[in-house]
Design a protein around this ligand. Structure first.
Ligand code: ZN
Length: 135
């Protein structure tokens, strides 16, 4: 099975977004790629409506694809890119919850602190002290 690098995952997102990008649109402006622990890869575009509060992030859809396809789905690495030309973005708070639930040890590709390039962080760094149900 192919071993994916962070560059491969970024490229997968950029390639799909390049084909489907909607300038001035409310969907197909972000594309996410998830590498599962199984080695399988899932890539998805965001969806939106004219009412932004009901939009679904690309990360959430890619995670849903993996969850649907694999009984024991777990995130190894995830990235989302935005815009044209595309650049990695940080996951929103809602997506951080999803990533932590479906990949407690997930690696997340985020923009570098100097705003040039990217870096890899652990989800626990992006969502410390996450909510947990203890019953
Ligand atoms: Zn999100």
């Amino acid at each position: 099975m192919k071993k994916y690098t962070p560059e491969d995952l970024i490229k997968k997102s950029c390639d799909l977004l390049k084909k489907r990008y909607q300038k001035d649109g409310h969907h197909s402006v972000v594309c996410a790629t998830v590498l599962a622990k199984s080695g399988k890869v899932y890539t998805a575009l965001n969806t939106g409506t004219y009412q932004p509060s009901v939009a679904i992030c690309a990360e959430t859809i890619a995670i849903g694809m993996g969850h649907t396809a694999e009984k024991d789905f777990e995130i190894d690495t995830i990235v989302a890119v935005r815009g044209m030309p595309s650049y990695p973005i940080s996951p929103c708070g809602r997506c951080r919850e999803y990533i932590a639930d479906y990949g407690p040890k997930a690696k997340v590709i985020v923009p570098a602190s100097n705003k040039k390039g990217w870096k890899v962080m652990k989800i626990a760094e992006l969502l410390p002290e996450k909510y947990e149900k203890k019953d």
